[in-house]
Design a protein around this ligand. Structure first.
Ligand SMILES: Nc1nc2c(c(=O)[nH]1)N(C=O)[C@@H](CNc1ccc(C(=O)N[C@@H](CCC(=O)O)C(=O)O)cc1)CN2
Length: 476
């Protein structure tokens, strides 16, 4: 049984499925075709000032020498101006900066060369074709440079994910989060957890080896138990918070809702800085849900414009209202819009009663739906704004027409989105379902482990009644 226990602890430490959450490989792992030297255009496609072409693999030095004159390798990691020509014809291709990174001190850990050429399409294709003609070189597959960096232990799996997120980051908050993950914060956190678990393992092993020894300190298993308990709490906190990191990667769902003609579409267009929705004085113009990804005060959001909520309309608009209501239920944040000059209308009162007030009330699990109430068309109010009802829930005044109040709204949005997406500066967030999957597996294994530590030998007869459980434990 103790071997079974050991398997559990180490399984919890390692995670049930390889690769580990923050695996750093570096030996043993060889991607298919990894002996070849690869090359690719690393900068974007299309005409540009400078384009960067990279190679990685054992023939990189030879490739660099084949294309450049003079043919000697430049000093390691120092940019150097060379004439590039096609090794087959001697045809000049460009005058370019080249760099030589002898492995293992390179991005991939292999010998690497870089050609910083003029970004014209003919120059780029000329250099790529010339590289393709060098024996031992082939075009890289998508992501292959990064895969090699992983294979050589230059990046861990969470760092690779951080790098991918950084390349796709469109907002400031996404960039910050991705950069911190690329810098290894999430990996460090996981390694810290793994160390705690290794310590617990050492205590359990000491108990196995010396349990007959009277000198063995009392309470060794209790110590392991309390360490694992603390770990369970820490993992639980991160798992409960996981939705925030994922929202930061993919965008929070912000739904703009309100009665017809409150100015929802104008607000969507103002926030997205483009004419996403048709704006007209005619009530019921927006009938379907219109979605647009936006950068709201540095945070990514998926902004939805919805049909004005009202009753007694035709079947098409009714379907629009049904869709709007469904979207409201799924919203991370509701931007509730009312016409500030029309607050007493039945449509405004109904919206306040059915959407705004209930969202403020706590639901049974203690959370409340986030909502910002925006009173639009403030430009139509008399100077004193005396007609606003004193019982109105807390709100922001805005004029989509003049832009007055927009800064205040953006500030409020920033606060709400920071709470929804998590603040990467306070610690690493779980950003993918893969992280959740492994942490949940770890938590399950820890639960079983603590059960066993507490049950000790008494557990054995019961486990024997469940061969499948014994199989899972890898029993002695
Ligand atoms: N021109 C160029 N710019 C680039 C890259 C590149 O490959 N080439 N990068 C690539 O995506 C990123 C930078 N990442 C890099 C990471 C490590 C090393 C490197 O040479 N590492 C060595 C030495 C480390 C050191 O001197 O501190 C190593 O890890 O041993 C280079 C680039 C972004 N900018």
């Amino acid at each position: 049984m103790w071997r079974g226990l050991w398997t559990l602890v180490s399984r919890a430490a390692r995670g049930p499925h390889s690769p580990r959450l923050c695996t750093r490989q570096g030996s043993g792992y060889r991607a298919p075709g990894s002996g070849a030297t690869i090359f690719a255009l690393s900068s974007g496609q299309g005409r540009c000032g400078i384009a960067v072409i990279r190679t990685s693999g054992p023939a990189s030095g030879h490739a660099l020498q084949s294309l450049t004159a003079p043919r000697d390798l430049p000093l390691a990691r120092k940019a150097c101006l060379r004439l590039l020509s096609d090794p087959r014809s001697g045809e000049p291709l460009d005058r370019a900066l080249v760099l030589w990174f002898p492995g293992p001190q390179s991005f991939t850990g292999e010998d690497c060369a870089e050609f910083h050429v003029h970004g014209g399409p003919a120059v780029v294709s000329g250099v790529l074709q010339a590289l393709g003609s060098v024996p031992g070189l082939r075009p890289a597959e998508a992501g292959e440079f990064t895969r090699r960096a992983f294979a050589h232990g230059k990046l861990s799996l969470t760092e690779v994910e951080g790098l991918a997120d950084l390349i796709h980051a469109e907002t400031e908050a996404q960039r910050r989060q991705a950069l911190r993950q690329l810098d290894g914060e999430l990996g460090d956190l996981c390694r810290g957890w793994a160390e705690t678990l290794t310590k617990a393992l050492a205590h359990v092993e000491a108990y196995i080896d010396f349990s007959e020894d009277d000198n063995l300190e009392e309470g060794v298993l209790d110590q392991a138990d309390s360490e694992v308990r603390k770990l369970e709490v820490a993992l639980g906190v991160h798992l409960r918070d996981a939705r925030r990191g994922q929202r930061l990667r993919s965008g929070a769902h912000v739904v703009v809702a309100g009665p017809p003609n409150a100015g929802k579409s104008s607000l969507v267009n103002l926030l997205s800085r483009k004419p996403v929705s048709i704006v007209s004085p005619e009530p019921g113009t927006t009938r379907d849900v219109l979605e647009t990804p936006v950068d709201l005060a540095g945070f990514p959001a998926l902004l939805s414009d919805t049909a004005g909520l009202r009753e007694g309309v035709g079947p098409v608009e009714q379907e629009g209202v049904r869709r709007a209501q469904k979207r409201l239920e799924q919203a991370d944040l509701i931007l509730a819009v009312l016409d500030a000059s029309d607050l007493a209308s039945p449509a405004s009162c109904n919206f306040l009663d059915t959407v705004v007030i209930p969202a403020g009330a706590r639901n049974p699990n203690g959370s409340r739906q986030r909502l910002l109430l925006v009173l639009n068309k403030s430009d139509l109010l008399p100077a004193g704004r005396s007609d606003l009802h004193p019982d109105l829930p807390s709100h922001l005044l805005l004029s989509c027409l003049t832009g007055e109040g927009l800064d205040g709204l953006l500030e409020a949005l920033k606060k709400e989105l920071a709470a929804l997406c998590g603040d990467p500066s306070t610690g690493p967030l779980l950003t993918r379902s893969r992280h959740q999957h492994h942490l949940r597996g770890c938590l399950d294994a820890l639960g079983l482990l603590r059960g066993q530590v507490r049950g000790q030998w008494k557990l054995r007869p019961r486990l024997e009644e469940h061969p499948e459980a014994l199989g899972y434990l890898g029993t002695a």
